[in-house]
Design a protein around this ligand. Structure first.
Ligand SMILES: NC(=O)c1ccc[n+]([C@@H]2O[C@H](COP(=O)([O-])OP(=O)(O)OC[C@H]3O[C@@H](n4cnc5c(N)ncnc54)[C@H](OP(=O)(O)O)[C@@H]3O)[C@@H](O)[C@H]2O)c1
Length: 327
């Protein structure tokens, strides 16, 4: 089969190779998927680019997320059939063989049915970005009558968070540092109010929009860089979910004051959710997709043979959508 891989870390053009490898076979409890699309996420290109650490395996076929058609079922697999359209996640989590290949054999629990109204390219975005966003929104509990704030709403995760929050009945305030085009893109995702993340009066605007009460839930892409600001706009008994830590690994959290009362703080590491949460998250994503509630922002589609270029585009652009490799 054709596959893309790296054997040392570094710039995409230097370390990514596309060539022939042995096709995997479905082991017990595994599903062999003929992949059509493979999504690239920041964890994929950051790990490939990190020259401070050698790859965990002699050869890494990267990417966690993908979509395709069931080619074969391993012993003991039930509930799926050869020819089914599927999406998958955790393809390269703690193992060398990810989705940047024509085939992947993966434990059945990481393989889910792809809704008929969702293309393979779109399905290749269901893993890391959709699952992170769904769980981040779900952690707020019931959203009826609540306001959710999503900064970085043009991001892969942020854009889905806006949509899941709206779908679950919240009022959504989003922000972006990307200017007019980004504001328009986020409005099209359904956000009620879209503000300029860099405006000096951002906090005042958010408080004004919530009658001074603050927002009930924040889906935060950079908690260390934003914690002080978020504390100034969170409502009493509000919650924050952190999934990114772009600016620093640690941060001070204020322990006193009105807004600290009963605030909850959650951290997501999407690869290691518990099994029950994995199942509920996947089911929620499929339900939302089947209901037509999801728009997918695709920023680029590249054939596998141009995988190095795809990685370069994914890591040098931000807020323009998913970069997907097709087979
Ligand atoms: N913990 C996990 O399990 C998990 C899961 C998924 C992703 N992540 C991490 O989360 C981060 C985002 O992932 P992604 O795929 O959504 O990336 P992305 O598509 O590049 O989006 C990031 C967005 O963040 C916004 N942004 C940049 N700097 C910001 C700041 N200082 N404050 C607020 N917003 C800012 C930008 O939006 P605007 O231009 O619109 O402001 C940008 O579009 C990455 O570091 C990724 O590794 C972690």
């Amino acid at each position: 089969m054709r596959a893309g891989w790296f054997e040392k870390t570094g710039p995409a053009a230097d370390v990514i190779h596309v060539g022939d490898m042995n096709k995997p076979v479905a082991g017990p409890g595994e599903v062999l998927i003929r992949l059509h699309a493979s999504g690239i996420n920041p964890s994929d290109y950051k790990r490939r680019a990190n020259v401070k650490a050698a790859p965990e395996f002699l050869r890494v076929v990267p990417h966690s997320d993908g979509a395709g058609v069931v080619e074969a079922l391993g012993e003991g697999v039930t509930g799926l059939a050869v020819g089914d359209r599927v999406w998958c996640y955790n393809g390269q989590w703690a193992r060398p063989m990810g989705t940047a290949a024509e085939y992947i054999s993966l434990a059945q629990r990481y393989v889910k049915p792809l809704p008929a109204n969702t293309s393979f390219v779109e399905g290749a975005c269901f893993g890391i970005p959709c699952m992170t966003a769904y769980h981040a929104v779900h952690l707020a509990g019931s959203l009826k009558g609540k306001t959710v704030y999503v900064p970085g709403a043009t991001g892969r995760v942020g854009a889905y968070a806006v949509q899941f929050a709206k779908w679950r009945g919240a009022r959504v305030i989003a922000s972006t540092g990307g200017g007019e085009a980004s504001v328009k893109a986020i409005q099209e995702l359904g956000a009620d109010i879209v503000l300029d993340r860099k405006a000096a009066d951002l906090g005042a605007r958010i408080l004004a929009e919530t009658g001074g009460r603050g927002v009930d839930h924040i889906v935060e892409v950079d908690l260390p860089g934003s914690i002080g600001f978020d504390e100034s706009i969170i409502a009493e008994r509000g919650s924050m979910v952190s999934f990114g830590a772009a600016s620093a690994p640690t941060m001070p959290v204020t322990q006193i004051g009105r807004r600290a009362r009963n605030m909850s703080l959650h951290f997501i590491f999407v690869y290691m959710l518990d099994e029950e949460t994995f199942e509920a998250t996947c089911a929620g994503i499929i339900e939302a997709a089947e209901a037509g509630a999801l728009k997918h922002r695709i920023g680029g589609v590249f054939p596998l043979e141009r995988m190095a270029e795809a990685h370069h585009v994914a890591e040098t652009t931000s807020g323009t959508g998913h970069v997907v490799v097709t087979m």
